[in-house]
Design a binder for this molecule. Structure first.
Ligand code: HAM
Length: 421
């Protein structure tokens, strides 16, 4: 029969990789918790309109990367391509602004974008996402970047760069956009056909284009930082000062605009040199108009998302044992199997990681299995042991063994583990 494989660009996370994923997620929960963030779990599917209105109709994500389908009642549904829009939808729907002036939320989980799969780029990928709502002060921007940097260092990433920029606000951005349109129009023929269209639909997106000739046009484009109004300029200066106070190294990149339309003021991106072409490990920024544009109150926000697959790929791989077993019960005959069945499950109920084998294989092959399962002890029960009413407990690391009476065996083993812990 032909086998059914996973969908292109969508990967399994295998048991040998899960411990490392869990460690990262635990670290995020701990560090974000220290900064006052609480976990929210939002749905994987939302109404398509949510992403159109927040990420922007003319972004690559919305134009060509969303998994959208019509539900049976004709409603347009999309698998979330990012989490920010979902978190804000939930924030508004549950009136969270009424409980606390500043709401800090984080969420972990899969996102879906129909991009061309390549190294570090998947169609289902995972993000760790943090959003702080209701604090418009530049300290908040510096603090959230500091939290991201702390987290990356904590999980063992040392080699990364942080770039920051300011994208202005609804008052100063239009002037910049007008001048960008003028600049791009004057050299339109040098742009790829996609960017020629973007001049009219979403000129800022030309900054993200990877085509060489478009890169040259952008190199000579007006600089967004010289268009900032005094409020945005002051905000950006203060963010930089606070980052310096917190000893966070960064570079300013005035060409970094991020691929989503909701950003205002501070934008930032973390890249890692050992990732290749898809080197953006994390990205985020301020989005002061997003909550109100989704029908919520006039509340400001800032956040970021870390790409789990890219983070995992840039961390040094620790060689850990796949399996961790406390005791393997080698049952060598049918009667021994009956004892092993009860014993294994009683030990498991007491928090001891016990394994056995019900096929009564030879002692040699069962010892091999115990090794494979990385077992600390192996308990040997065969015909001889049953006759003597004594079983052998082998310490697999020290390579010695003791006998234990068959009566009250469960208690005796439990006591051994109790003493060890
Ligand atoms: P983003 O830059 O689109 O931002 O994605 C954040 C991170 O997700 C990227 O830096 C990357 O590590 C990872 N990522 C994105 N697409 C893929 C993919 N196809 N395959 C593997 N990894 C990927 C956002 O999603 C914003 N919502 C971040 C944010 C939160 N801004 C404010 N709050």
């Amino acid at each position: 029969m032909e086998k059914i494989t996973a969908i292109k660009g969508i990967k399994d996370i295998l048991p040998q990789d899960s411990p490392a994923w869990n460690q990262i997620e635990t670290a995020a929960r701990r560090i974000f918790g220290d900064f006052g963030f609480r976990e929210i779990r939002v749905p994987i599917m939302e109404k398509t309109e949510l992403f159109k209105r927040s990420i922007g109709e003319t972004t690559d994500i919305v134009e060509k990367e969303m998994y959208t389908f019509t539900d049976r009642d004709d409603e347009l549904i999309t698998l979330r391509p990012e989490a920010t829009a979902c978190v804000i939808r939930a924030y508004i729907e549950h009136n969270m602004h009424n409980y606390e002036q500043v709401t800090k939320l984080y969420t972990l989980g899969p996102m879906f974008r129909r991009e061309r799969p390549q190294k570090g780029r998947f169609r289902q990928f995972h993000q760790i996402n943090a959003e702080a709502l209701g604090d418009e002060q530049p300290q908040c921007d510096a603090e959230i970047i500091f939290m991201l940097v702390n987290f990356l260092r904590f999980v063992g990433l040392n080699d990364f760069s942080l770039e920051i920029n300011s994208l202005g606000c609804k008052y100063c951005r239009p002037t910049f956009s007008r001048d960008i349109v003028a600049h791009l129009s004057s050299v339109e023929k040098n742009l790829c056909t996609n960017c020629q269209r973007r001049i009219r639909t979403n000129p800022l997106r030309v900054f993200d284009c990877k085509v060489d000739s478009c890169g040259e046009v952008i190199a000579n484009a007006p600089n967004i930082l010289s268009y900032l109004c005094s409020h945005c300029d002051e905000h950006f200066k203060l963010v930089r000062t606070f980052l310096e106070d917190l000893k966070v190294s960064y570079t300013v990149n005035s060409k970094m605009v991020r691929g989503l339309d909701y950003y205002t003021k501070t934008a930032f991106e973390v890249t890692s040199s050992n990732l290749g072409a898809q080197n953006a490990l994390a990205g985020g920024g301020r989005y002061d108009g997003l909550v109100s544009s989704l029908g919520g109150p006039n509340v400001t926000g800032i956040g970021f998302a870390v790409g789990m697959e890219r983070l995992m790929a840039s961390l040094p791989r620790k060689q850990e044992h796949d399996y961790q077993t406390d005791i393997f019960i080698a049952a060598l005959c049918e009667k021994a199997q009956k004892i092993a069945f009860l014993l294994t499950n009683e030990l498991r109920s007491s928090g001891i990681k016990a394994q056995t084998d019900y096929t009564a294989k030879s002692l040699k092959s069962q010892m091999k299995r115990a090794d494979k399962l990385n077992s600390s002890y192996t308990l040997i029960i065969g015909d001889n042991e049953l006759e003597d009413k004594k079983v052998q407990l082998r310490d697999m690391k020290a390579k010695n063994q003791i006998s234990l009476p068959l009566d009250n065996l469960t208690e005796a083993i439990k006591n051994i583990f109790k003493e060890k812990s």
